[in-house]
Structure formats: structure tokens, C-alpha cells
Design a protein around this ligand. Sequence first.
Ligand SMILES: *[C@@H]1O[C@H](CO)[C@@H](O)[C@H](O)[C@H]1NC(C)=O
Ligand SMILES: *[C@@H]1O[C@H](CO)[C@@H](O)[C@H](O)[C@H]1NC(C)=O
Ligand SMILES: *[C@@H]1O[C@H](CO)[C@@H](O)[C@H](O)[C@H]1NC(C)=O
Length: 277
Amino acid sequence: MKVLSILSGGRFLVWSLVFELVLCGVFATNSTERCKLFSKSDSEKKALNRLQPLTNKNFTVETKNGDESYTYVFQVCGDAGGVLGAGVIQEGIKEKGKKVTVIGLYNATQAIGGSDWVMLIYRNGERYDAHCSQEMRKAIVMISCNRKTDMGQLEVVLEDRNREHDCFYLFELDSSAVCPVLESKMSTGSLLLIIAICLLTVYLIGGFLYQRLIVGAKGMEQFPNYAFWAEVGNLTADGCDLVCRSRNREESPAYRQAATEPLEQEPEERDDHLLPM
Ligand SMILES: *[C@@H]1O[C@H](CO)[C@@H](O)[C@H](O)[C@H]1NC(C)=O
Ligand SMILES: *[C@@H]1O[C@H](CO)[C@@H](O)[C@H](O)[C@H]1NC(C)=O
Ligand SMILES: *[C@@H]1O[C@H](CO)[C@@H](O)[C@H](O)[C@H]1NC(C)=O
């Protein structure tokens, strides 16, 4: 009965593990795949994949420019503010009501990754009315490493539209998702220490088993090379005695007399020293 329950328990564990693996496999590559990259280079795919933890979330930020007020909504490879195909939108609040302008589409994505940042560019937004040779709007979102926050606050850096070409909206976002993976802090020293401890353990256990099962030793003799280690221990104790003991046997009798007289310790030894006088 007990064996059966252990077996089924093990099977349950295996299945849940498989299930989790499948789940991770599906969701790890899915959400960012909705972005269509301009050029399907591996480096861009990698950069995009680092943004996976930021998917399926509307990032919003409000700006005030005089009496105009805008709200920007950004999503990583998803419909920002529910607008189909849009990665970044701008919602203008004016007297006439809400006006939504698409700044960039996520089916025209470019992703550039550095060691601790990823730059996401959405192109093919709505055309400018008068500025920038009426080209299509473009959004650049700079996502920088910040280990203190999973998802920071979206911020508008600038809207550069007073030029002929290549106008853009620039946003910033902090996130730990784009931080470089910390290298394990284990130094060679600690690695060597671990190896030494492992070897020592193997030596002790192996030697113990050998002494017990093959040699047939009993008690303390079961320790491997017992005689040798006992000798080492004795020598160490002697050495320590010589170096560390504060009251040295070679101390001058006069000093000893002064120091130990009230206590009258080790009288025989003292007598020995005093005899020749
Ligand atoms: C995720 O992948 C599954 C199959 O791999 C697919 O059916 C589904 O539509 C994908 N979802 C999205 C949002 O891309
Ligand atoms: C983003 O906002 C839109 C509109 O408010 C909403 O329909 C959508 O569900 C939101 N998406 C997420 C992932 O919160
Ligand atoms: C991107 O999507 C828009 C509409 O959502 C469509 O008009 C356009 O052709 C698409 N572009 C690409 C490159 O798929």
C-alpha cells in the first residue's frame, strides 16, 4: 500500500514537471513572437525575447503640453490600449473628445540589444499631418536595466518632429528583465575548498567502510589511517603546547617563584630546580 502511494506520488511529480516544462516552452516564446521583425536576425530575436516578462501589460504615461494633455500607451508586442496592431498609441484629450493616434505598429518592429538595455522601435504609425514631410510616425522605447524594479514607470523623453526626416517619439522604461545575468560569485578559492571537502568526505567514508568491512576494525580503529592521524593529532598538540601555552616550563625559577608562589603549584618541579642552589 505504502509502495503504491509512493509510486503514484512519484508519477504525479513527473507529470507536473512535464506539464510545467510544456507550459514554459509555450509561453516563453509566444508573446514576443507577435512582433514582426523587419529583419529576421538572430540578435534581434534575442533582444526581443529578453522583453518577454514585460508582455501583456499596458504601460501608460501622461504628459501636459500647455493646455494639451496626452496619454501614451505602450505594450510589448501587443495591442496597446486595445488598438489592433498598435504597439504605441497617443490619446489626446481635447474639447472635441478623445482622439487616438497610432505612433507605431508592432508588426514593423526593430529590436536592438546591448548588455544592459534593449531598444524597441515600432514603425509605420499614422502619418504626420504637416511635420516631417508627412512621413509615418515612429516610436522608440529605450528599456534599461534596473534591478530594483520588475517593471518601472514609462516616461516620455521627447517628441522630435521639427525636422525633415526621421522624426520619432522617444520613451524610457526601467526593468530588471533586460539586466545581464549575474555571474555566480564563486571564486576559484571557494571552488577548491568545496573540492577539498568532497575529497575529504569520500576519503573518510571510503576509509571507514574499508576499515570496517574488509579489515574488520572496531571502535576508533575504524577511522582510516587511525594510527597516522592519531600521531598527527599528538604532534599538533605538542606543537601547540610549545607555542601557545602561556606558562612555559623553561621559565626562570626566580620569575616562577614570584609568579606562582602564592598558589604553590607543581611543588616537585620547583624543588627540582631549587636543589642545585
Ligand atoms: C501561442 O502558440 C500557440 C501554439 O504554439 C498558438 O496556438 C497560439 O495562437 C499562440 N498565441 C499567440 C498569442 O501567439
Ligand atoms: C490594455 O488596455 C486596453 C484598453 O484599456 C484593454 O482593453 C486591455 O485589456 C489592456 N491589456 C492588458 C494586458 O491589460
Ligand atoms: C501590419 O499591420 C497593418 C494593420 O494592422 C497592415 O496594414 C500592414 O500591412 C501590416 N504590415 C506588415 C509588414 O505585416
